[in-house]
Design a binder for this molecule. Structure first.
Ligand code: ATP
Length: 588
Protein backbone atom coordinates (compact mmCIF):
# COMPACT_ATOMS: atom_id res chain seq x y z
CA UNK A 1 0.00 0.00 0.00
CA UNK A 2 2.92 2.32 0.71
CA UNK A 3 4.13 1.76 -2.84
CA UNK A 4 0.66 2.62 -4.13
CA UNK A 5 0.65 5.95 -2.29
CA UNK A 6 4.20 6.74 -3.37
CA UNK A 7 3.34 6.07 -6.99
CA UNK A 8 0.15 8.12 -6.69
CA UNK A 9 2.30 11.00 -5.44
CA UNK A 10 4.79 10.50 -8.27
CA UNK A 11 2.11 10.44 -11.01
CA UNK A 12 0.31 13.41 -9.43
CA UNK A 13 3.55 15.40 -9.57
CA UNK A 14 4.02 14.49 -13.25
CA UNK A 15 0.37 15.48 -13.89
CA UNK A 16 0.87 18.89 -12.27
CA UNK A 17 4.11 19.41 -14.16
CA UNK A 18 2.50 18.54 -17.47
CA UNK A 19 -0.51 20.89 -17.06
CA UNK A 20 -1.18 22.40 -13.68
CA UNK A 21 -4.04 24.62 -14.83
CA UNK A 22 -5.83 21.86 -16.81
CA UNK A 23 -5.45 19.51 -13.85
CA UNK A 24 -6.99 22.01 -11.42
CA UNK A 25 -9.92 22.72 -13.79
CA UNK A 26 -10.49 19.01 -14.24
CA UNK A 27 -10.45 18.38 -10.48
CA UNK A 28 -13.03 21.16 -9.96
CA UNK A 29 -15.24 19.72 -12.71
CA UNK A 30 -15.09 16.23 -11.20
CA UNK A 31 -16.20 17.58 -7.82
CA UNK A 32 -18.94 19.78 -9.37
CA UNK A 33 -20.38 16.90 -11.35
CA UNK A 34 -21.00 14.92 -8.18
CA UNK A 35 -23.30 17.64 -6.81
CA UNK A 36 -25.19 18.05 -10.07
CA UNK A 37 -27.18 14.81 -9.83
CA UNK A 38 -28.57 15.66 -6.41
CA UNK A 39 -29.28 19.26 -7.49
CA UNK A 40 -31.27 18.09 -10.54
CA UNK A 41 -33.35 15.63 -8.52
CA UNK A 42 -34.06 18.14 -5.74
CA UNK A 43 -34.98 20.92 -8.17
CA UNK A 44 -37.48 18.58 -9.88
CA UNK A 45 -39.05 17.69 -6.52
CA UNK A 46 -39.34 21.36 -5.52
CA UNK A 47 -40.71 22.26 -8.96
CA UNK A 48 -43.55 19.70 -8.68
CA UNK A 49 -44.35 20.33 -5.01
CA UNK A 50 -44.19 24.15 -5.25
CA UNK A 51 -46.34 24.11 -8.41
CA UNK A 52 -48.95 22.04 -6.56
CA UNK A 53 -48.78 24.42 -3.58
CA UNK A 54 -48.89 27.52 -5.88
CA UNK A 55 -45.56 28.84 -4.49
CA UNK A 56 -44.34 30.88 -7.49
CA UNK A 57 -41.04 31.93 -5.83
CA UNK A 58 -40.20 28.29 -5.12
CA UNK A 59 -41.06 27.30 -8.71
CA UNK A 60 -38.77 30.00 -10.14
CA UNK A 61 -35.93 29.00 -7.78
CA UNK A 62 -36.38 25.32 -8.72
CA UNK A 63 -36.36 26.13 -12.45
CA UNK A 64 -33.18 28.24 -12.10
CA UNK A 65 -31.37 25.60 -10.02
CA UNK A 66 -32.52 22.81 -12.37
CA UNK A 67 -31.47 24.76 -15.48
CA UNK A 68 -28.08 25.55 -13.93
CA UNK A 69 -27.58 21.93 -12.91
CA UNK A 70 -28.44 20.71 -16.45
CA UNK A 71 -26.15 23.31 -18.00
CA UNK A 72 -23.27 22.39 -15.68
CA UNK A 73 -23.87 18.71 -16.36
CA UNK A 74 -23.89 19.17 -20.17
CA UNK A 75 -20.81 21.41 -20.22
CA UNK A 76 -18.74 19.57 -17.61
CA UNK A 77 -19.45 16.17 -19.21
CA UNK A 78 -17.94 17.24 -22.51
CA UNK A 79 -15.11 19.43 -21.19
CA UNK A 80 -14.20 16.90 -18.55
CA UNK A 81 -13.90 14.02 -21.05
CA UNK A 82 -11.68 16.03 -23.38
CA UNK A 83 -9.51 17.39 -20.58
CA UNK A 84 -9.08 13.92 -19.13
CA UNK A 85 -7.96 12.51 -22.50
CA UNK A 86 -5.56 15.43 -22.94
CA UNK A 87 -3.99 15.27 -19.48
CA UNK A 88 -3.79 11.50 -19.23
CA UNK A 89 -2.37 11.35 -22.77
CA UNK A 90 0.43 13.75 -21.87
CA UNK A 91 1.20 12.01 -18.60
CA UNK A 92 1.15 8.65 -20.37
CA UNK A 93 3.80 9.94 -22.78
CA UNK A 94 6.04 10.85 -19.84
CA UNK A 95 5.36 7.60 -17.97
CA UNK A 96 6.08 5.50 -21.10
CA UNK A 97 9.26 7.47 -21.68
CA UNK A 98 10.33 6.85 -18.10
CA UNK A 99 9.63 3.13 -18.42
CA UNK A 100 11.49 2.94 -21.75
CA UNK A 101 14.43 4.81 -20.29
CA UNK A 102 14.64 2.48 -17.32
CA UNK A 103 14.32 -0.65 -19.46
CA UNK A 104 17.02 0.53 -21.86
CA UNK A 105 19.37 1.58 -19.09
CA UNK A 106 19.67 -1.99 -17.83
CA UNK A 107 23.11 -3.05 -19.06
CA UNK A 108 22.44 -6.79 -19.40
CA UNK A 109 19.99 -8.41 -21.83
CA UNK A 110 18.57 -11.06 -19.51
CA UNK A 111 15.39 -9.01 -19.14
CA UNK A 112 14.92 -8.83 -22.91
CA UNK A 113 15.43 -12.51 -23.68
CA UNK A 114 13.40 -14.38 -21.10
CA UNK A 115 9.68 -14.91 -21.02
CA UNK A 116 8.95 -13.99 -17.36
CA UNK A 117 10.79 -10.68 -17.77
CA UNK A 118 9.27 -9.97 -21.17
CA UNK A 119 5.80 -10.61 -19.75
CA UNK A 120 6.54 -8.09 -17.02
CA UNK A 121 7.58 -5.42 -19.52
CA UNK A 122 4.47 -6.09 -21.54
CA UNK A 123 2.33 -5.73 -18.45
CA UNK A 124 4.07 -2.53 -17.40
CA UNK A 125 3.72 -1.01 -20.88
CA UNK A 126 0.13 -2.28 -21.10
CA UNK A 127 -0.80 -0.59 -17.86
CA UNK A 128 0.79 2.78 -18.59
CA UNK A 129 -2.72 4.17 -19.22
CA UNK A 130 -4.01 2.95 -15.84
CA UNK A 131 -0.86 4.30 -14.15
CA UNK A 132 -1.21 7.70 -15.80
CA UNK A 133 -4.88 7.93 -14.84
CA UNK A 134 -4.17 7.03 -11.19
CA UNK A 135 -4.81 10.49 -9.69
CA UNK A 136 -8.10 10.71 -11.59
CA UNK A 137 -9.33 7.24 -10.75
CA UNK A 138 -8.51 7.96 -7.10
CA UNK A 139 -10.34 11.31 -7.18
CA UNK A 140 -13.23 9.81 -9.16
CA UNK A 141 -13.57 7.00 -6.62
CA UNK A 142 -13.76 9.43 -3.71
CA UNK A 143 -16.19 11.79 -5.47
CA UNK A 144 -18.35 8.95 -6.82
CA UNK A 145 -18.63 7.37 -3.36
CA UNK A 146 -19.66 10.75 -1.91
CA UNK A 147 -22.20 11.30 -4.72
CA UNK A 148 -23.64 7.85 -4.15
CA UNK A 149 -23.90 8.51 -0.42
CA UNK A 150 -25.87 11.71 -1.16
CA UNK A 151 -28.25 9.80 -3.49
CA UNK A 152 -28.82 7.05 -0.92
CA UNK A 153 -29.31 9.72 1.76
CA UNK A 154 -31.97 11.46 -0.35
CA UNK A 155 -33.79 8.15 -0.97
CA UNK A 156 -33.65 7.36 2.75
CA UNK A 157 -35.06 10.80 3.52
CA UNK A 158 -38.27 9.76 1.72
CA UNK A 159 -38.35 6.37 3.43
CA UNK A 160 -35.42 4.13 4.50
CA UNK A 161 -36.71 1.11 2.57
CA UNK A 162 -35.89 2.93 -0.70
CA UNK A 163 -32.19 2.42 0.05
CA UNK A 164 -32.75 -1.14 -1.21
CA UNK A 165 -32.98 0.33 -4.68
CA UNK A 166 -29.29 1.16 -4.42
CA UNK A 167 -28.64 -2.44 -3.41
CA UNK A 168 -30.45 -3.66 -6.56
CA UNK A 169 -28.20 -1.47 -8.68
CA UNK A 170 -25.21 -3.52 -7.55
CA UNK A 171 -26.19 -6.76 -9.40
CA UNK A 172 -26.84 -4.67 -12.48
CA UNK A 173 -23.38 -3.19 -12.45
CA UNK A 174 -21.86 -6.57 -11.55
CA UNK A 175 -23.69 -8.21 -14.48
CA UNK A 176 -22.31 -5.55 -16.82
CA UNK A 177 -18.86 -6.16 -15.51
CA UNK A 178 -19.28 -9.90 -15.82
CA UNK A 179 -20.36 -9.47 -19.44
CA UNK A 180 -17.26 -7.33 -20.05
CA UNK A 181 -15.05 -9.88 -18.35
CA UNK A 182 -16.51 -12.79 -20.35
CA UNK A 183 -15.81 -10.87 -23.55
CA UNK A 184 -12.32 -9.89 -22.44
CA UNK A 185 -11.48 -13.45 -21.36
CA UNK A 186 -12.72 -14.85 -24.66
CA UNK A 187 -10.57 -12.31 -26.50
CA UNK A 188 -7.57 -13.08 -24.29
CA UNK A 189 -8.07 -16.80 -24.88
CA UNK A 190 -8.35 -16.12 -28.60
CA UNK A 191 -5.24 -13.90 -28.73
CA UNK A 192 -2.88 -16.80 -29.15
CA UNK A 193 -5.08 -18.41 -31.81
CA UNK A 194 -5.35 -15.14 -33.71
CA UNK A 195 -1.62 -14.54 -33.39
CA UNK A 196 -0.97 -18.02 -34.86
CA UNK A 197 -3.55 -17.34 -37.54
CA UNK A 198 -1.81 -14.07 -38.41
CA UNK A 199 1.60 -15.76 -38.44
CA UNK A 200 0.32 -18.51 -40.76
CA UNK A 201 -1.03 -15.92 -43.16
CA UNK A 202 2.19 -13.95 -42.88
CA UNK A 203 4.13 -17.07 -43.86
CA UNK A 204 2.25 -17.08 -47.14
CA UNK A 205 2.75 -13.40 -47.90
CA UNK A 206 6.11 -12.33 -46.49
CA UNK A 207 8.86 -12.54 -49.13
CA UNK A 208 11.27 -14.61 -46.96
CA UNK A 209 8.84 -17.38 -46.04
CA UNK A 210 6.60 -17.32 -49.12
CA UNK A 211 9.48 -18.79 -51.16
CA UNK A 212 9.62 -21.88 -48.94
CA UNK A 213 5.84 -22.20 -48.75
CA UNK A 214 5.65 -22.18 -52.54
CA UNK A 215 8.40 -24.77 -52.82
CA UNK A 216 6.59 -27.09 -50.45
CA UNK A 217 3.17 -26.31 -52.01
CA UNK A 218 1.89 -25.93 -48.47
CA UNK A 219 -0.07 -22.70 -49.03
CA UNK A 220 -3.64 -24.15 -49.14
CA UNK A 221 -3.04 -26.30 -46.05
CA UNK A 222 -1.68 -23.31 -44.12
CA UNK A 223 -4.68 -21.24 -45.18
CA UNK A 224 -7.08 -23.96 -44.03
CA UNK A 225 -5.39 -24.14 -40.63
CA UNK A 226 -5.46 -20.37 -40.30
CA UNK A 227 -9.19 -20.26 -41.18
CA UNK A 228 -9.98 -22.97 -38.59
CA UNK A 229 -8.14 -20.98 -35.91
CA UNK A 230 -9.98 -17.80 -36.78
CA UNK A 231 -13.31 -19.63 -36.64
CA UNK A 232 -12.57 -21.12 -33.21
CA UNK A 233 -11.74 -17.66 -31.87
CA UNK A 234 -14.87 -16.13 -33.44
CA UNK A 235 -17.16 -18.83 -31.98
CA UNK A 236 -15.65 -18.29 -28.52
CA UNK A 237 -16.28 -14.57 -28.72
CA UNK A 238 -19.89 -14.93 -29.87
CA UNK A 239 -20.63 -17.42 -27.08
CA UNK A 240 -19.14 -15.00 -24.55
CA UNK A 241 -21.31 -12.16 -25.88
CA UNK A 242 -24.48 -14.28 -25.58
CA UNK A 243 -23.64 -15.36 -22.04
CA UNK A 244 -22.95 -11.76 -21.07
CA UNK A 245 -26.26 -10.61 -22.53
CA UNK A 246 -28.06 -13.28 -20.44
CA UNK A 247 -26.48 -11.97 -17.22
CA UNK A 248 -27.34 -8.38 -18.11
CA UNK A 249 -30.99 -9.12 -18.97
CA UNK A 250 -31.51 -11.01 -15.69
CA UNK A 251 -30.05 -8.15 -13.64
CA UNK A 252 -32.11 -5.56 -15.53
CA UNK A 253 -35.29 -7.52 -14.80
CA UNK A 254 -34.46 -7.53 -11.07
CA UNK A 255 -33.72 -3.79 -11.14
CA UNK A 256 -36.93 -3.01 -13.07
CA UNK A 257 -38.94 -5.03 -10.51
CA UNK A 258 -37.24 -3.16 -7.65
CA UNK A 259 -37.96 0.16 -9.31
CA UNK A 260 -41.65 -0.76 -9.74
CA UNK A 261 -41.82 -1.74 -6.05
CA UNK A 262 -40.19 1.58 -5.10
CA UNK A 263 -42.85 3.46 -7.05
CA UNK A 264 -45.58 1.42 -5.29
CA UNK A 265 -44.03 2.34 -1.90
CA UNK A 266 -43.93 6.05 -2.82
CA UNK A 267 -47.51 5.95 -4.19
CA UNK A 268 -48.72 4.51 -0.87
CA UNK A 269 -46.84 7.20 1.05
CA UNK A 270 -48.49 9.88 -1.11
CA UNK A 271 -51.90 8.25 -0.58
CA UNK A 272 -51.32 8.31 3.21
CA UNK A 273 -50.18 11.94 2.98
CA UNK A 274 -46.73 10.97 4.21
CA UNK A 275 -44.98 12.08 1.06
CA UNK A 276 -45.45 14.32 -1.96
CA UNK A 277 -45.68 13.87 -5.74
CA UNK A 278 -42.37 15.76 -5.92
CA UNK A 279 -40.76 12.95 -3.93
CA UNK A 280 -41.99 10.44 -6.53
CA UNK A 281 -40.32 12.54 -9.21
CA UNK A 282 -37.14 12.63 -7.09
CA UNK A 283 -37.19 8.82 -6.82
CA UNK A 284 -37.54 8.46 -10.62
CA UNK A 285 -34.70 10.92 -11.15
CA UNK A 286 -32.38 9.28 -8.60
CA UNK A 287 -33.26 5.75 -9.73
CA UNK A 288 -32.23 6.53 -13.31
CA UNK A 289 -28.92 8.02 -12.11
CA UNK A 290 -28.23 5.35 -9.53
CA UNK A 291 -27.09 2.71 -11.96
CA UNK A 292 -24.59 5.03 -13.66
CA UNK A 293 -23.35 6.29 -10.28
CA UNK A 294 -22.74 2.73 -9.11
CA UNK A 295 -20.96 1.97 -12.36
CA UNK A 296 -18.67 4.97 -11.90
CA UNK A 297 -17.86 3.84 -8.35
CA UNK A 298 -17.06 0.29 -9.43
CA UNK A 299 -15.22 1.41 -12.59
CA UNK A 300 -13.00 3.81 -10.71
CA UNK A 301 -12.32 1.19 -8.06
CA UNK A 302 -11.44 -1.27 -10.85
CA UNK A 303 -9.11 1.21 -12.54
CA UNK A 304 -7.51 1.92 -9.19
CA UNK A 305 -7.12 -1.85 -8.63
CA UNK A 306 -5.65 -2.31 -12.13
CA UNK A 307 -3.20 0.44 -11.38
CA UNK A 308 -2.58 -1.35 -8.09
CA UNK A 309 -1.44 -4.47 -10.00
CA UNK A 310 0.76 -2.32 -12.22
CA UNK A 311 2.22 -0.65 -9.13
CA UNK A 312 4.01 -3.87 -8.15
CA UNK A 313 5.50 -4.22 -11.65
CA UNK A 314 6.43 -0.55 -11.74
CA UNK A 315 8.37 -0.68 -8.47
CA UNK A 316 9.99 -3.94 -9.54
CA UNK A 317 11.33 -2.06 -12.55
CA UNK A 318 12.37 0.94 -10.46
CA UNK A 319 14.26 -1.38 -8.11
CA UNK A 320 15.83 -3.47 -10.88
CA UNK A 321 19.56 -3.17 -10.29
CA UNK A 322 21.00 -0.58 -12.66
CA UNK A 323 24.27 -0.05 -10.95
CA UNK A 324 26.70 2.27 -12.64
CA UNK A 325 28.65 2.98 -9.51
CA UNK A 326 31.54 0.75 -10.59
CA UNK A 327 35.02 1.90 -11.45
CA UNK A 328 36.30 2.82 -14.91
CA UNK A 329 38.07 0.18 -16.97
CA UNK A 330 41.80 0.75 -17.43
CA UNK A 331 42.80 3.08 -20.24
CA UNK A 332 44.90 0.29 -21.76
CA UNK A 333 45.10 -3.44 -21.02
CA UNK A 334 48.44 -4.70 -19.86
CA UNK A 335 47.62 -8.25 -18.82
CA UNK A 336 44.36 -8.97 -20.64
CA UNK A 337 41.06 -10.60 -19.82
CA UNK A 338 40.97 -13.77 -17.76
CA UNK A 339 38.11 -16.20 -17.24
CA UNK A 340 38.51 -18.31 -14.12
CA UNK A 341 36.14 -21.24 -13.64
CA UNK A 342 33.39 -19.35 -15.44
CA UNK A 343 30.01 -21.09 -15.56
CA UNK A 344 26.76 -19.81 -16.96
CA UNK A 345 23.16 -20.92 -17.01
CA UNK A 346 20.46 -18.99 -18.88
CA UNK A 347 17.58 -18.00 -16.59
CA UNK A 348 14.95 -20.73 -16.59
CA UNK A 349 17.26 -23.23 -18.33
CA UNK A 350 17.58 -26.73 -16.91
CA UNK A 351 21.34 -27.00 -17.38
CA UNK A 352 24.45 -24.87 -17.56
CA UNK A 353 25.57 -23.64 -20.97
CA UNK A 354 29.17 -23.00 -19.89
CA UNK A 355 31.10 -25.11 -17.37
CA UNK A 356 34.27 -24.04 -15.55
CA UNK A 357 35.80 -22.12 -18.43
CA UNK A 358 39.44 -21.13 -17.83
CA UNK A 359 40.82 -18.91 -20.54
CA UNK A 360 43.31 -16.08 -20.75
CA UNK A 361 42.88 -13.51 -23.51
CA UNK A 362 46.28 -11.85 -23.53
CA UNK A 363 46.42 -8.10 -24.03
CA UNK A 364 46.93 -7.24 -27.69
CA UNK A 365 46.20 -10.77 -28.90
CA UNK A 366 43.60 -12.20 -31.22
CA UNK A 367 41.75 -15.18 -29.84
CA UNK A 368 39.51 -17.45 -31.91
CA UNK A 369 36.70 -19.54 -30.44
CA UNK A 370 35.73 -22.61 -32.41
CA UNK A 371 33.30 -25.42 -31.81
CA UNK A 372 30.15 -27.09 -33.06
CA UNK A 373 26.77 -25.33 -33.17
CA UNK A 374 25.48 -24.75 -29.66
CA UNK A 375 28.91 -25.26 -28.06
CA UNK A 376 28.59 -21.93 -26.20
CA UNK A 377 30.77 -19.56 -28.28
CA UNK A 378 28.23 -16.73 -28.55
CA UNK A 379 27.35 -17.15 -24.90
CA UNK A 380 30.99 -16.62 -23.96
CA UNK A 381 31.02 -13.47 -26.10
CA UNK A 382 27.90 -12.23 -24.28
CA UNK A 383 29.66 -12.68 -20.93
CA UNK A 384 32.73 -10.79 -22.14
CA UNK A 385 30.58 -7.90 -23.31
CA UNK A 386 28.60 -7.84 -20.05
CA UNK A 387 25.30 -8.73 -21.74
CA UNK A 388 24.99 -11.57 -19.25
CA UNK A 389 26.65 -12.04 -15.89
CA UNK A 390 28.46 -15.36 -15.16
CA UNK A 391 26.60 -17.67 -12.80
CA UNK A 392 29.89 -19.01 -11.42
CA UNK A 393 33.57 -18.14 -11.45
CA UNK A 394 35.07 -14.78 -12.25
CA UNK A 395 35.87 -12.66 -15.26
CA UNK A 396 38.85 -10.38 -14.69
CA UNK A 397 39.92 -7.36 -16.72
CA UNK A 398 43.60 -6.77 -15.96
CA UNK A 399 43.00 -8.60 -12.70
CA UNK A 400 39.94 -6.52 -11.73
CA UNK A 401 36.56 -8.33 -11.64
CA UNK A 402 34.35 -7.18 -14.51
CA UNK A 403 31.48 -7.03 -12.02
CA UNK A 404 33.19 -4.11 -10.25
CA UNK A 405 33.55 -2.06 -13.45
CA UNK A 406 30.90 0.45 -14.48
CA UNK A 407 28.85 -1.47 -17.11
CA UNK A 408 28.30 1.66 -19.19
CA UNK A 409 31.98 2.62 -19.18
CA UNK A 410 32.92 -0.97 -20.07
CA UNK A 411 30.42 -0.84 -22.94
CA UNK A 412 32.06 2.31 -24.20
CA UNK A 413 35.33 0.39 -24.59
CA UNK A 414 33.84 -2.47 -26.60
CA UNK A 415 33.51 -2.81 -30.35
CA UNK A 416 32.48 -5.49 -32.77
CA UNK A 417 29.59 -7.36 -34.25
CA UNK A 418 27.28 -9.93 -32.71
CA UNK A 419 26.11 -12.95 -34.62
CA UNK A 420 22.53 -11.71 -34.85
CA UNK A 421 23.41 -8.26 -36.15
CA UNK A 422 20.61 -5.77 -36.66
CA UNK A 423 19.32 -4.82 -40.08
CA UNK A 424 18.49 -1.20 -39.43
CA UNK A 425 16.28 -0.09 -42.30
CA UNK A 426 17.08 3.59 -42.06
CA UNK A 427 19.03 5.94 -44.30
CA UNK A 428 22.51 4.59 -45.02
CA UNK A 429 24.09 7.41 -42.97
CA UNK A 430 21.88 6.56 -39.96
CA UNK A 431 22.21 2.79 -40.32
CA UNK A 432 25.96 3.11 -39.89
CA UNK A 433 26.06 6.33 -37.86
CA UNK A 434 24.17 4.89 -34.88
CA UNK A 435 27.44 3.12 -34.08
CA UNK A 436 28.57 6.47 -32.68
CA UNK A 437 25.54 8.71 -32.33
CA UNK A 438 27.61 11.90 -31.92
CA UNK A 439 28.87 11.52 -35.47
CA UNK A 440 25.66 10.32 -37.10
CA UNK A 441 25.49 13.55 -39.11
CA UNK A 442 29.14 13.50 -40.12
CA UNK A 443 29.46 12.34 -43.75
CA UNK A 444 33.25 12.12 -43.34
CA UNK A 445 33.20 9.76 -40.34
CA UNK A 446 30.27 7.66 -41.61
CA UNK A 447 31.75 7.53 -45.13
CA UNK A 448 35.11 6.45 -43.79
CA UNK A 449 33.57 3.65 -41.67
CA UNK A 450 31.64 2.44 -44.72
CA UNK A 451 34.67 2.34 -46.94
CA UNK A 452 36.88 0.66 -44.31
CA UNK A 453 34.31 -2.12 -43.88
CA UNK A 454 34.06 -2.45 -47.65
CA UNK A 455 30.31 -1.80 -47.36
CA UNK A 456 28.49 -0.62 -50.47
CA UNK A 457 28.00 3.17 -50.68
CA UNK A 458 24.78 2.64 -52.70
CA UNK A 459 23.55 5.92 -54.19
CA UNK A 460 24.99 8.04 -51.39
CA UNK A 461 24.71 8.42 -47.64
CA UNK A 462 21.07 9.50 -47.77
CA UNK A 463 19.94 6.33 -49.58
CA UNK A 464 16.95 4.78 -47.83
CA UNK A 465 17.60 1.13 -46.98
CA UNK A 466 14.91 -1.54 -46.93
CA UNK A 467 12.50 -2.52 -49.69
CA UNK A 468 9.46 -2.27 -47.36
CA UNK A 469 10.27 1.44 -47.05
CA UNK A 470 10.67 1.97 -50.76
CA UNK A 471 14.46 1.82 -50.44
CA UNK A 472 17.32 -0.36 -51.59
CA UNK A 473 17.38 -3.83 -50.03
CA UNK A 474 20.99 -4.86 -49.29
CA UNK A 475 21.97 -8.51 -49.64
CA UNK A 476 22.77 -10.50 -46.48
CA UNK A 477 26.51 -10.00 -46.98
CA UNK A 478 25.98 -6.27 -47.54
CA UNK A 479 23.95 -6.02 -44.32
CA UNK A 480 26.79 -7.71 -42.53
CA UNK A 481 29.33 -5.24 -43.91
CA UNK A 482 27.06 -2.39 -42.79
CA UNK A 483 27.05 -3.88 -39.28
CA UNK A 484 30.84 -4.01 -39.43
CA UNK A 485 30.94 -0.39 -40.57
CA UNK A 486 28.73 0.50 -37.60
CA UNK A 487 31.17 -1.19 -35.27
CA UNK A 488 34.04 0.87 -36.73
CA UNK A 489 32.32 4.21 -36.07
CA UNK A 490 33.89 4.81 -32.65
CA UNK A 491 37.41 4.16 -33.79
CA UNK A 492 37.08 6.12 -37.02
CA UNK A 493 35.75 9.08 -35.04
CA UNK A 494 38.87 8.97 -32.87
CA UNK A 495 37.18 7.86 -29.62
CA UNK A 496 39.28 6.00 -27.07
CA UNK A 497 40.31 2.71 -28.66
CA UNK A 498 38.34 -0.39 -27.65
CA UNK A 499 39.75 -2.77 -25.07
CA UNK A 500 37.85 -5.72 -26.44
CA UNK A 501 36.66 -6.30 -30.01
CA UNK A 502 34.20 -9.15 -30.47
CA UNK A 503 33.53 -10.57 -33.89
CA UNK A 504 30.92 -13.30 -33.62
CA UNK A 505 30.83 -14.86 -37.07
CA UNK A 506 31.17 -11.36 -38.47
CA UNK A 507 31.68 -12.57 -41.96
CA UNK A 508 29.44 -15.65 -42.15
CA UNK A 509 27.47 -14.09 -44.99
CA UNK A 510 30.56 -12.94 -46.89
CA UNK A 511 32.36 -14.81 -49.62
CA UNK A 512 35.63 -16.44 -48.48
CA UNK A 513 37.84 -13.82 -50.11
CA UNK A 514 35.90 -10.96 -48.51
CA UNK A 515 35.98 -12.74 -45.16
CA UNK A 516 39.74 -13.17 -45.40
CA UNK A 517 40.25 -9.49 -46.26
CA UNK A 518 37.97 -8.27 -43.52
CA UNK A 519 39.42 -10.45 -40.85
CA UNK A 520 42.87 -9.31 -41.88
CA UNK A 521 41.61 -5.73 -41.48
CA UNK A 522 40.44 -6.42 -37.93
CA UNK A 523 43.62 -8.27 -37.04
CA UNK A 524 45.70 -5.39 -38.36
CA UNK A 525 43.63 -2.95 -36.33
CA UNK A 526 43.98 -5.10 -33.25
CA UNK A 527 47.73 -5.17 -33.75
CA UNK A 528 47.79 -1.43 -34.29
CA UNK A 529 45.78 -1.03 -31.11
CA UNK A 530 48.26 -3.18 -29.25
CA UNK A 531 49.25 -0.09 -27.32
CA UNK A 532 45.80 -0.11 -25.75
CA UNK A 533 46.22 -3.85 -25.39
CA UNK A 534 42.94 -4.54 -27.15
CA UNK A 535 41.86 -8.16 -27.21
CA UNK A 536 40.12 -9.33 -30.37
CA UNK A 537 37.83 -12.31 -29.93
CA UNK A 538 36.69 -14.01 -33.09
CA UNK A 539 34.11 -16.73 -33.59
CA UNK A 540 34.24 -18.45 -36.94
CA UNK A 541 33.58 -21.81 -38.50
CA UNK A 542 36.15 -21.13 -41.23
CA UNK A 543 39.49 -22.54 -40.21
CA UNK A 544 41.43 -20.57 -42.83
CA UNK A 545 40.40 -17.49 -40.89
CA UNK A 546 40.75 -19.05 -37.46
CA UNK A 547 44.37 -20.06 -38.06
CA UNK A 548 45.35 -16.39 -38.25
CA UNK A 549 44.51 -15.95 -34.55
CA UNK A 550 47.28 -15.92 -31.93
CA UNK A 551 45.37 -18.26 -29.65
CA UNK A 552 42.57 -20.69 -30.41
CA UNK A 553 40.14 -22.22 -27.91
CA UNK A 554 38.00 -25.20 -28.86
CA UNK A 555 34.64 -25.36 -27.10
CA UNK A 556 32.63 -28.52 -26.80
CA UNK A 557 29.33 -28.59 -24.97
CA UNK A 558 30.22 -25.51 -22.91
CA UNK A 559 33.71 -26.73 -21.98
CA UNK A 560 37.11 -25.78 -23.35
CA UNK A 561 38.60 -29.01 -24.59
CA UNK A 562 41.75 -27.68 -26.29
CA UNK A 563 43.56 -24.40 -26.55
CA UNK A 564 46.80 -23.09 -28.02
CA UNK A 565 48.20 -21.58 -31.20
CA UNK A 566 47.42 -23.09 -34.60
CA UNK A 567 50.76 -24.92 -34.85
CA UNK A 568 50.41 -26.20 -31.27
CA UNK A 569 46.90 -27.51 -31.84
CA UNK A 570 47.89 -29.09 -35.15
CA UNK A 571 50.84 -30.78 -33.48
CA UNK A 572 48.57 -32.03 -30.67
CA UNK A 573 46.48 -33.87 -33.29
CA UNK A 574 43.21 -33.45 -31.41
CA UNK A 575 39.73 -32.34 -32.45
CA UNK A 576 40.99 -29.05 -33.89
CA UNK A 577 43.55 -30.73 -36.11
CA UNK A 578 40.97 -33.22 -37.31
CA UNK A 579 38.42 -30.53 -38.17
CA UNK A 580 41.07 -28.37 -39.82
CA UNK A 581 42.21 -31.20 -42.06
CA UNK A 582 38.60 -32.09 -42.88
CA UNK A 583 37.92 -28.54 -44.06
CA UNK A 584 41.21 -28.34 -45.87
CA UNK A 585 40.37 -31.51 -47.81
CA UNK A 586 36.89 -30.21 -48.62
CA UNK A 587 38.34 -27.02 -50.14
CA UNK A 588 41.04 -28.80 -52.11
N1 ATP B 1 18.85 -16.70 -24.76
C1 ATP B 1 19.02 -17.99 -24.52
N2 ATP B 1 18.25 -18.61 -23.59
C2 ATP B 1 18.41 -19.90 -23.32
N3 ATP B 1 19.32 -20.70 -23.91
C3 ATP B 1 20.11 -20.14 -24.85
C4 ATP B 1 19.99 -18.77 -25.20
N4 ATP B 1 20.91 -18.50 -26.15
C5 ATP B 1 21.57 -19.66 -26.38
N5 ATP B 1 21.08 -20.63 -25.59
C6 ATP B 1 21.56 -22.01 -25.53
O1 ATP B 1 22.92 -22.01 -25.16
C7 ATP B 1 23.63 -22.99 -25.89
C8 ATP B 1 24.86 -22.33 -26.54
O2 ATP B 1 24.40 -21.38 -27.49
P1 ATP B 1 25.41 -20.41 -28.24
O3 ATP B 1 24.61 -19.49 -29.07
O4 ATP B 1 26.34 -19.82 -27.26
O5 ATP B 1 26.20 -21.45 -29.16
P2 ATP B 1 27.24 -21.19 -30.31
O6 ATP B 1 28.42 -22.03 -29.98
O7 ATP B 1 27.47 -19.76 -30.53
O8 ATP B 1 26.44 -21.83 -31.55
P3 ATP B 1 26.46 -21.44 -33.11
O9 ATP B 1 27.75 -21.94 -33.69
O10 ATP B 1 25.31 -22.21 -33.64
O11 ATP B 1 26.30 -19.98 -33.22
C9 ATP B 1 22.67 -23.59 -26.89
O12 ATP B 1 22.28 -24.85 -26.40
C10 ATP B 1 21.49 -22.66 -26.91
O13 ATP B 1 20.29 -23.37 -27.04
Amino acid sequence: MRDWWRLLGHITRITLREGRRSAVILAVLVVCEAGVIAAMGLSQRELVDDSAAGATGGVIAAVVIGALAYAVSAVTGRVRGNLLIYIVGRVRGRVSEEIQRRVSSIPTITHLEHAPYIDRWNRIFGSSQALSAMPWSALNSVVAVLGLAVTVGLLASITPVLCLLAALGVPLVLANRRADRLLRDSRDAGTELLRHEERLHELCVSPESAKEVMLSAGGPALNRRAAAMWETAAVRETTARLRGALWQSTAWMAYAAGFALAMVVVARLIRDDRSTVGSAVLVVSLATQLQSQLRVVLDSLTTAAEAGQAVAHYWWLRRYPVDDSGISPPSALTDGITLRGVGFRYPGAAADTLHSVDLHLAAGSTVALVGANGAGKSTLIKLLTGLHVPSAGSLLVDGVPLSTLSPFRWNARLAGVHQDFARLRLRLRETVGVGNIRFIRSPTVVGSAISQAGAPPFAGLETQLGAPFGGVEPSLGQWQRLALARSLMREVAGDRPPLCVVLDEPTAALDPLAEHELFQLFVDRARAARLAGAVTVLVSHRFTTVRMADHIAVLDDGRITEQGSHPELMAAGGQYAELYRLQERAYR
